[in-house]
Design a protein around this ligand. Structure first.
Ligand code: GLN
Length: 297
């Protein structure tokens, strides 16, 4: 008889350990770490809770729980995160994709499917998208995965982030439809697009030190710091938009919860029309979208 712990017992102990450490997301984090450490599926966790677990997996789990209890996010521990149901590798130069950013994907997908994008069918034929500051590639890769006829380009200032994004494009089966360009926003981009998306750095510099330590200590500053008022990246992007956005095309960005009015105004000064602010699932303003008019070009 072995006294190896069972999956179920490990899960209960892992939850308790993380709760005791004050981790708000103890339940889900414990489950993700136990699954990853033992190779168990979600179904195994329910249907095979009495399966015993080998000592090397238990040891791995203990190390991970120690790191999680010390405040390291699960995505950083596992080097991977799930976004819109797809798996993404993370690197030191990439933000961990957030559920909030799924709002940006939803806004872009809804516009394509409603036939609102000039030159693209509701299935994405003819869609040429550009993702500025792609990080893990989560936004571009997810859009291409959902729109199998679309093509795109993803940029990032960080070569490290681009190499993670390239890997993620291949792991999610869209590597042959996504090109990469290294540079600051539009600086390495040529050509024009009928969908431009971005989740740029938008945290005001002075606020960075107040961010939750799980963000401040583990996400790269380059992907967070939006300058004195958090709006530097939007100004840069909007300034060059017309060279790359075809008439009738959609432009959509993620924003901080209190930036809706300011970003809406920037979209207005760029002459965009049909400007809309969209909320995330938590009811906070999260995305601004607008279209380039077809009428005055
Ligand atoms: N939403 C991220 C956060 O709250 C910031 C992402 C960004 O600056 N683009 O940390």
């Amino acid at each position: 008889m072995s006294d190896a712990p069972t999956l179920g017992a490990l899960l209960v102990a892992a939850r308790r350990r993380l709760k005791d450490a004050g981790i708000d997301t103890a339940d889900i984090d414990a489950r993700l770490l136990v699954e990853a450490a033992t190779g168990a599926s979600r179904l195994d966790m329910l249907a095979a809770a009495d399966r015993s677990v080998a000592p090397d997996a238990v040891e791995r789990l203990q190390k991970w729980l120690h790191r999680r209890a010390a405040g390291e996010p699960v995505g950083r521990i596992l080097g991977a995160a799930s976004f819109y149901g797809l798996d993404f590798a993370l690197g030191p130069d990439t933000l961990e994709p957030r559920p909030d950013t799924e709002t940006l994907v939803e806004v872009a997908l809804a516009a394509v499917r409603a036939g609102r994008i000039a030159g693209a069918s509701p299935h994405g034929d003819g869609l040429r998208l550009l993702d500025l500051g792609t990080g893990t590639g989560a936004i571009a890769v997810t859009l291409l995965a959902k729109l199998p006829c679309a093509r795109g380009v993803a940029t990032d200032l960080s070569p490290g982030a681009l190499s993670v994004a390239r890997d993620n494009a291949h792991r999610n089966g869209v590597g042959d439809r996504l090109d990469f360009a290294q540079g600051d926003f539009f600086s390495a981009v040529s050509g024009s697009f009928n969908l431009i998306v971005s989740n740029p750095p938008y945290i005001a510099s002075a606020v960075i030190s107040d961010l939750d330590p799980e963000v401040r200590l583990h996400d790269p500053l380059l992907a967070l710091d939006g300058g004195p008022d958090g709006l530097d990246a939007y100004r840069t992007i909007v300034g060059d938009l017309h060279d790359h956005l075809v008439p009738g095309a959609l432009f959509a960005v993620e924003i901080g919860w209190d930036q809706g009015k300011a970003v809406e105004a920037l979209f207005g000064t760029a002459g965009l029309v049909e400007i809309e602010v969209h909320c995330d699932l938590g009811g906070r303003q999260r995305v601004v979208s607008g279209r380039r008019s077809t009428q005055f070009d």
